[in-house]
Design a protein around this ligand. Sequence first.
Ligand SMILES: N[C@@H](CCC(=O)N[C@@H](CS)C(=O)NCC(=O)O)C(=O)O
Length: 206
Amino acid sequence: MIRIWGRLSSINVQKVVWTAVDLELDFTRLDAGGPFGGLDTPEYGLLNPNRLIPVLEDDGFVMWESNAIVRYLAERYGKNKLWIDALPARAKADRWVDWQATTFAPLMMPAFIGLVRTPEEERNELAIADSLAQCGLLINILERELEQRPFLGGEEFSIADIAVGAQVHRWFHLPINRAPSPALRAWYDRIIHRPGAVAALGQPVA
Ligand SMILES: N[C@@H](CCC(=O)N[C@@H](CS)C(=O)NCC(=O)O)C(=O)O
């Protein structure tokens, strides 16, 4: 039995849910974190000593760290689907999964928290502007990449598109004016109607 712990408003939970649904896995998601709480119990501490979401339980095998979970699910259940077997193609796709977590997510965090989760009168406008400027540079990188190929990993949809797709979903839902990025928008339109994306990202961005 597969269980995914975590509220669906978390991007890290969204990536895992998107992966599980696209792999057609039978799983249960349990709300935890944010308003649902539950991360400070002794039981949860045994699942994830960091007391963060998501956590995956797969028949007694416990995993935390969202992108590691995405890789695990894709390799275990997604051969010839979301998982690219051959190197170096896999490595080229895989770098985008790390890029989402180490570069894109932290740089977007001040803009996302500021514009989506903070009342207007409490916003740090300088931090938001800086974050948006940095994100603009990353969006240009994605635009150049997606002018050349349909998906981040090449010709096929892969976990690279899931990780970066969940982040780009947030970008397109920030209440800002955006410079046009037609290749990125076309890619987003290609991936956003997949069952996993609908299940993971179908609720309002919050
Ligand atoms: N690097 C970790 C980060 C996990 C993380 O920061 N999770 C946040 C939600 S996105 C969390 O658990 N926050 C506490 C809460 O939701 O109560 C991962 O990718 O899994």
